[in-house]
Design a protein around this ligand. Structure first.
Ligand SMILES: [Zn+2]
Length: 97
């Protein structure tokens, strides 16, 4: 038991680091979480070279797969990056509960 406690104390710094890391991650998630679904059209802050700002969501997960509505270009970007650059979510089905 004493050994266990000393190990715990030795790892305390690590625990604090990990807890802070998780807490920050959760906080970030909570603040920036967006309800983005397949079929949604995202209006991004940054304009694509073709002139369009609208991207159709083809797949969601850790990464988003988006298709440019202007030129049809497809790309994968990490969720965090996508959420930061989204200006507006346009959902075709307005009658969602
Ligand atoms: Zn484009």
């Amino acid at each position: 038991m004493v050994r266990f406690i000393s190990v715990c104390l030795g790892l305390r710094l690590w625990f604090v680091c990990i807890i802070i890391g998780i807490w920050k991650l959760l906080k970030q998630k909570g603040a920036g979480w967006m309800d983005i679904r397949v079929g949604d059209v995202l209006e991004l802050k940054k304009q694509h070279p073709c002139g369009s700002r609208n991207w159709l969501v083809l797949r969601v997960g850790m990464d988003f797969r988006l298709r440019c509505q202007g030129c049809g270009h497809e790309l994968m970007i990490p969720r965090s990056k996508a959420e930061k650059s989204v200006k507006k979510i346009k959902r075709s089905e307005e009658a969602q509960p």
